[in-house]
Design a protein around this ligand. Structure first.
Ligand SMILES: *Cc1c(COP(=O)(O)O)cnc(C)c1O
Length: 353
């Protein structure tokens, strides 16, 4: 790609690295590229970060034809900046596009766009422990037209946000509410796709969870309300007996890159892993018999997030005395070690910017 770059004349003051929140501050620049049926994807460019001007009838505002991704850039002790498996994000973006009838973008172009933008704003990659630069690529439909059909024009953008740890409480276990009324996604729907509508559908249950002092919702499948799916914006893992178990990708679960990486690392560390159907009954039984040793969520934002408590049908079940378990901690240390370059990356997962 031939990316044109227009630098800002007014760089912002960078926020205090030790007080970073999640996704509130943005860097000096953004990436944009347009699509129309004549030219295909064209005009890749980096410009000063700023508001968009769009017609009120813009398709995405009404019908939600949009997809997104999320990954991070990490600064190592040697002052290198690493991306973690950006090719996987580019691949998933492509499959999200296919489900939403959006013309896909060449995977190498997506990675190139990410690398160029991070390079442009490289000084924004923070260096304090636990901080990183969150990268948000997204595509929206832009036809100014009120009609339900795939748009003919699209905008691909990338924005960057320096972030602190996802949960301000750090690696402390969280409480999770098992939602048994609302459903996130059904088979044949869009649960396996990173699209905005899935999140809109989840908000009402999250509000319920927050009222119960829970940080997220654990979703059950939409058909029978029996099978564990995932947690908010994370996939979910259980340590039952000596096995690390996670729900199999059913079509309604988001195929997380952290999930995939966690499974690979767990296997290489010698843990027994299983990807299979898990019922809520099995989870509750394991909690009651103390076979449930650990539970954690996986996702780019929080990496590994231990779960200390599950609330199901008004009963609070504690896991591992509400402390982070050995396996969760080991997986967290290994994964973040690779991301921050303190553990050698033998799998070719990291890409230097
Ligand atoms: C993004 C996301 C995840 C986690 O995926 P990662 O690639 O590990 O960041 C899990 N569930 C949902 C619903 C998501 O949107």
């Amino acid at each position: 790609m031939n990316i044109s770059i227009k630098l800002t004349g007014q760089p912002k003051t960078k926020p205090d690295e030790n007080k970073l929140s999640f996704g509130k501050q943005f860097t000096d620049h953004m990436f944009l590229m347009n699509y129309d049926s004549e030219k295909g994807w064209h005009n890749p460019r980096i410009e000063p970060y700023g508001p968009l001007s769009i017609d009120p009838s813009t398709n995405v505002l009404h019908y939600g034809q949009g997809v997104f991704e999320g990954l991070k850039a990490y600064r190592t002790k040697e002052n290198k900046v690493l991306l973690f498996r950006p090719d996987e994000n580019a691949k998933r973006l492509k499959s999200s596009c296919e489900r939403l009838c959006i013309p896909p973008i060449d995977q190498d172009d997506v990675v190139e766009a990410i690398v160029s933008l991070v390079k442009t704003d490289i000084d924004w990659v923070p260096s304090s422990a636990g901080t990183s630069l969150y990268i948000r690529p997204f595509i929206i439909s832009t036809d100014p037209f009120l009609g339900v059909h795939p748009s003919h024009t699209y905008l691909f953008m990338i924005i960057l946000s320096p972030v602190g740890p996802y949960y301000p409480t750090g690696l402390n276990p969280t409480s999770i509410y098992v939602e048994d009324f609302y459903k996130r996604a059904s088979k044949g729907g869009m649960g396996h796709v990173k699209t905005m509508g899935n999140y809109a559908a989840s908000l009402i249950a999250q509000e319920k969870a927050i009222k119960l002092n829970c940080i997220q919702t654990l979703w059950l499948d939409a058909h029978e309300g029996r099978y564990i799916e995932e947690v908010g914006a994370m996939n979910v893992f259980f340590v039952i007996g000596d096995k690390v178990v996670t729900p199999e990708l059913s079509g309604s679960i988001l195929p997380g890159i952290t999930r995939k990486s966690t499974l690979e690392i767990a296997k290489s560390l010698g843990y027994k892993t299983e990807e299979r159907k898990i019922t809520i009954d099995e989870v509750i039984e394991a909690l009651e018999s103390s076979e449930m040793k650990e539970c954690f969520g996986t996702g780019t934002a929080a990496v590994i997030s231990p779960v200390g408590e599950l609330i199901y049908k008004d009963i609070r079940h504690t896991i591992n005395n509400n402390k982070i378990g050995t396996i969760s901690q080991t997986l967290y240390d290994t994964l973040t070690g690779i991301q921050y370059g303190t553990i050698k990356d033998t799998r070719g997962w990291t890409v230097e910017v």
